[in-house]
Design a protein around this ligand. Structure first.
Ligand code: URA
Length: 343
């Protein structure tokens, strides 16, 4: 039912419910293979009650029930020699289980959305033992099957696209409220001051492919610049300009509107994804960007979605993105979950 609104089964947010003690980890397919003999030792060790923490203080106490709340915990877990052999960084285990890329997994950790054995872990160095520690993201154990979800947001100015912001600024993910239960994350970044299309998904393969430089998926921007760039400057932008991190690749650049002498509106289509690239390109030819909006990611169009609103992608849009990213999982993309969101 590609065009039906989707009902959310579970709200986003910190996991709720009783804390869980150490148990055999639940991983995605193939995630815990190869630990059998050490695992035996670990389980024996746990049964003998030798599971303990390295540090004293609040974070060193074993997990306990707190009336349904999860206690924040940040310290590393103490490891026996057998455990040390197999312990891995939490974000690495999460990335391998397909939660998100390692960087996005780090953001989820810092945002307080990850628990280990029922305790919130926000420290990036935390090591966990596959086969022992129960890891949950938003209350969902690693490896629990999750439907693929694709969401298009029209990001307002004044929002960050990261999942965690040390300055506590509004996040694009907040715009979804509690209506999308899956662990979606933004594909690529858009500046705090830039408006427009942001794709959020839990489809790691597609996200990685869309961002991979070799795939050259194009991003389209509408940039209002101060002053009116002449034909020479437009040609420079088209051929590539020198930035402090190297020359830009050829780009499609067209003048959409001229309001001489104050401003002009340009369409700029690039396949690179460097930091503040459009703003820096325009500055390199002497024209400051005064408003910037992303209107397309490959074939995906922002259309008339109002600023601050979101909707699910249609199956056709997901298919087109797979095609643009030259990705063929078993020959075709998964069916998009839900479709257009109706308000
Ligand atoms: N280029 C920019 O300058 N900013 C963005 O957010 C995206 C591309």
């Amino acid at each position: 039912m590609a065009d039906q609104p989707r009902k959310s089964a579970r709200p986003r947010g910190p996991a709720k419910g009783p804390a869980k003690g150490p148990a055999r980890a639940r991983f995605g397919a193939g995630g815990s293979g190869g630990f059998t003999s050490v695992d035996e030792q670990l389980r024996a060790s746990l049964e003998r009650g030798r599971f303990r923490r390295r540090h004293a203080g609040p974070s060193a106490r074993p997990a306990r029930k707190t009336g349904g709340r999860k206690e924040p915990a940040t310290g590393a877990f103490s490891l026996t020699p057998a455990e040390a052999e197999v312990a891995e960084r939490l974000q690495k285990v999460m990335a391998r289980a397909g939660v998100a890329s390692r960087r996005h997994s780090e953001e989820l950790i810092r945002a307080g959305r990850v628990t280990v054995n029922g305790r919130v872990v926000t420290e990036l160095g935390t090591k966990v033992v596959p086969g022992r520690d129960v890891i949950e993201v938003d209350g969902r154990p690693l490896g629990a099957p999750e439907e693929k979800v694709y969401v298009l947001v029209n990001k307002p100015k004044g929002y960050v696209t990261t999942l965690f912001d040390p300055q506590g600024r509004p996040k694009v993910i907040d715009l979804l409220g509690d209506q999308v239960a899956e662990r979606v994350y933004p594909v690529g970044r858009l500046d705090y001051d830039t408006e427009g299309l942001v794709l959020l998904t839990n489809d790691g393969d597609l996200a990685n492919a869309l961002m991979h430089p070799a795939k050259q998926v194009k991003k389209t921007y509408i940039a209002k610049v101060r002053g009116v760039p002449g034909p020479g400057k437009i040609k420079q932008l088209q051929h590539g300009v020198e930035l402090d991190d190297g020359p830009t690749a050829p780009a499609e650049v067209r003048v959409l509107e001229v309001r001489a002498p104050n401003s002009a509106t340009l369409l700029i289509r690039i396949h690179e994804g460097r930091n503040r690239q459009v703003r820096r390109m325009c500055a390199a030819v002497g024209h400051e960007v005064i408003h910037l909006r992303r209107t397309a990611l490959g074939p995906l169009q922002l259309g008339d979605l109002p600023v601050g609103e979101w909707r699910y992608l249609t199956d056709a849009e997901v298919k087109a993105l797979y095609h643009a990213a030259r990705l063929r999982p078993g020959g075709k993309p998964p069916a998009a979950k839900g479709a257009r969101k109706r308000r």
